[in-house]
Design a protein around this ligand. Structure first.
Ligand code: TPP
Ligand code: MG
Length: 733
């Protein structure tokens, strides 16, 4: 923007240089705006609109492939940007925020580069639709198309700033883990702005964000851009009573402002007050701006199909651009010639930017797989493997997970832990007389007591809140190791996991990374766990690119793999089988504070020559029982392979074993159809066909839910007898 705004023509218009004017807003407060400031705003608003208009032409000429505009929102958005500081404060916008981003410093050329899908598109390298913002330099966090997810990211981004303030050592650089690849910066009085449309406030994640922002008194401004419609659905359908300000008014600690979002001066004053409130540490703010949407929802929408002519005309009368133009003329700030001159300058600049973008090369097909995972830290590399210290009494998986969390928290001040009931006691005073909870399975017991409530704390009962905030924390270089209480209840967080967490690195072309660890107790064999405490479903997550999935079967592996998960630079879903937490099987001595196991390295837990059984999790001990019986009762030697990590998985170990035994069973706890074993079986059939002497078998649970009655549960889940039968069966061939 600066090259556009600081032309010599401005001197002729009697206006100060743009940078000076822009700076003047930051401490302006609620004084009336000066002529120079109003002209500056007009220039930014007009630039935003011109880019939209140019893009619409390009879309009609089929030179770009999608268009959604910020038209009608410009006054509100430009005002928000001017009250804050790019590269100092943080911004978590949504797709409508062109005016905001123009005013923060995203250039017209950068916007057009994304519209044409160019390799040089700095926000996504041609991977995201236009207006899906991202700029680490300006502190604009990469945005998705999902409505409302971003508000929880905004919460996490604000919490991260506060965390660095409380734990200054967390910002120290480190070289031997994920910390080597994230820049950490924070300001004591920074503010975070996040934006959302009024329709999207219907999403639960909006309310989950208000909850935490309010409770934590975060320096977060939530801007609700109310254009009266969510595509074709009018505001009263989404918002009971038609006004979001009335609904949120009782949230404690907030500064609230409801403004005419077509009036940049009123909007600016609201943001200036909101920013002051936040910087002073008084709490969050919510600015509700009423604006218009003159260009329909997007170029794929036509509002004439659902809005009356009278309504559209009334909107047009409130067009913020026209209104400000009229004011500049009316107050003698610019003459008609002056306005024409300013607009001509902008048009020339926008046109030149569009031309440059149209000539820009598109991305190479060879780049498609870049940034699905970290290119910096390879969690599969063999050098990560260390030998465990072996002295000491055998300890349970639950114990060694807890110890790993403790070790890593001591080592790395960027780690924080939260989730439902993970704290010892939220009311700290109680800890003088009680032992503390530390998780429903006690995996986090004692961590709050050792590390304090700033690093280990309870979340609200809201799974999207847990993962959404973690994304905000991690985007700023922290390492949230969060817990979802039961796998059965991960589903409210699924949107955040699938559309945000896993895709953040790829969609920002490697510029944002969110290496969160999500620990999740999973699985059945519990006797009475029933439908909602026994689910499997790991294949749903291995089907998500960008997400590592780990599933240990014993205490030592859990310890070593969790350490790798925490130190690595990718998001990890760490599945812990509840049945294995305190089993006698698989206990191990504490392996020491640096014990690591690389991802993608299976363990041959029983060697054999006749049949291969590929498995993981709680099926491992059951497969070993079956293999034992196959040997003693039938003289069959079964090789049992524990995959340990499901994405990545150890194809080499599978292939080596199948080439030796020529018979293979994939055994897993999840439902047989569409499960994890289907992919393994298909790949074996595809790539090892000539090594097979028998069909690939799957032993898994029935295609139904897990029942409460233990006798039924036994039938539903795969048992050692089922595996034994499969082994014997395969010998027939
Ligand atoms: C979770 C989700 N559901 C549905 C959509 C499809 N969608 C995109 S924008 C939109 C309407 C949003 O309206 P509003 O929040 O008022 O924002 P506006 O576009 O009016 O600025 C919908 C339904 C989506 N992107 N994400
Ligand atoms: Mg709307």
């Amino acid at each position: 923007m600066s090259e556009l705004a600081s032309t010599t023509k401005e001197a002729e218009l009697g206006i100060a240089p743009a940078a000076t004017v822009a700076e003047s807003f930051r401490s302006w407060g609620t004084q009336p705006l000066t002529p120079a400031q109003l002209v500056h705003i007009y220039r930014l608003m007009f630039t935003s609109r011109r880019i939209d208009d140019r893009e619409i032409m390009l879309k009609r000429q089929q030179k770009i492939f999608f268009q959604i505009s910020g038209a009608g929102h410009e006054a509100l958005q430009v005002a928000a940007a001017l009250a804050l500081r790019p590269g100092y404060d943080w911004f978590v916008p949504y797709y409508r925020d062109r005016g905001l981003c123009v005013a923060l410093g995203v250039t017209p050329e950068e916007m057009f580069l994304q519209a044409v899908g160019a390799e040089a598109d700095p926000a996504s390298g041609g991977r995201q639709m236009p207006t899906h913002w991202s700029s680490p330099e300006l502190h604009i966090v990469s945005t998705s198309s999902s409505t409302a997810t971003q508000v929880l990211h905004g919460v996490g981004v604000a919490e991260a700033g506060r965390y660095f303030g409380r734990f200054p050592k967390a910002s120290a650089p480190a070289t031997d883990d994920y910390r080597a690849y994230s820049d950490v910066s924070f300001r004591a009085d920074e503010v975070v702005l996040t934006c959302i449309g009024e329709g999207s406030t219907s999403q639960g994640e909006f309310w989950e964000a208000l909850n935490t922002a309010s409770n934590q008194k975060l320096p977060l401004i939530i801007l609700v851009e109310d254009n009266g419609y969510a595509i074709s659905t009018p505001v009263e359908v989404n918002t009971p009573g038609g006004n979001i300000s009335r609904l949120v008014a009782n949230f404690p600690n907030f500064f609230f402002a409801e403004v005419d979002g077509t009036d940049p001066e009123a909007s600016f004053h609201a943001f200036a007050q909101a920013a002051e409130w936040c910087r002073a540490g008084k709490g969050p703010a919510l600015v509700h701006g009423h604006c218009i949407r003159p260009y329909s929802h997007s170029l794929s929408d036509d509002d004439k199909l659902y809005r009356s002519a009278a309504e559209r005309e009334a909107d047009a009368m409130r067009d913020p651009l026209h209104k400000l133009q009229m004011r500049l003329l009316r107050e003698g700030i610019l003459t008609e010639a002056g306005i024409n001159e300013l607009e001509k300058q902008v048009e020339i600049e926008v046109e030149a930017a569009a031309e440059r973008a149209l000539a820009a090369p598109i991305p190479q097909a060879s780049s498609i797989l870049r940034h699905v995972y970290s290119e910096d830290y390879d969690p599969t590399r063999a050098e990560l493997a260390t030998q465990p210290a072996t002295k000491g009494t055998p300890r349970t998986m639950a114990d060694l997970i807890n110890v790993c969390l403790r070790d890593e928290m001591r080592r790395d001040p960027r780690i924080l832990i939260y989730g439902e009931d993970v704290a010892d006691a939220s009311r700290e005073a109680a800890l003088k007389e009680v032992k503390g909870k530390g998780g429903v399975f006690k995996l986090t017991a004692g961590l709050q007591t050792e590390f304090g409530s700033g690093r280990v704390f309870n979340s609200p009962l809201a799974e999207a809140n847990i993962v959404g905030r973690a994304i905000g924390y991690a985007a700023r270089g922290l390492k949230p190791v969060v817990e979802i209480q039961f796998f059965d209840y991960i589903w409210p967080a699924m949107h955040q996991i699938r559309n945000e967490l896993s895709v953040m690195r790829w969609r920002s072309n490697g510029r944002f990374r969110v290496p969160v660890v999500i620990r999740v107790p999973i699985g059945g064999y519990l006797t009475g766990g029933s439908i909602y405490h026994s689910q499997s479903g790991e294949s749903i997550f291995t089907h998500i690119p960008g997400l590592r999935v780990v599933f240990p079967s014993n205490a030592l592996d859990a310890n070593g793999l969790l350490r790798t998960a925490i130190r690595c630079d990718d998001p990890v879903l760490f599945l812990e089988h509840k049945r294995l937490y305190r089993e006698t099987y698989g206990r191990a001595a504490y392996p020491g504070p640096d014990y690591m196991i690389p991802f993608g390295k299976a363990a041959v837990v029983r060697p054999g020559t006749d049949v291969t059984m590929i498995t993981y999790g709680a099926v491992v001990p059951r497969a070993l029982q079956a293999a034992q019986r196959a040997e003693t009762e039938h003289g069959i030697q079964t090789e049992v392979i524990d995959l340990r990590t499901l994405n990545p998985y150890d194809w080499e170990a599978i292939a080596t074993s199948v080439k030796k035994t020529n018979r293979v069973i994939v055994a897993y706890e999840d439902m047989k159809s569409w499960g994890y074993g289907a992919e393994i079986a298909a790949r074996i059939a595809d790539e090892l066909f000539e090594d097979l002497d028998a069909p690939v078998r799957r032993v898994a649970s029935m295609d139904t839910f897990v029942a409460y009655q233990p006798a039924l549960e036994d039938v539903i889940l795969p048992q050692p007898e089922d595996m034994l039968q499969a082994i014997v069966d395969l010998r027939r061939f």
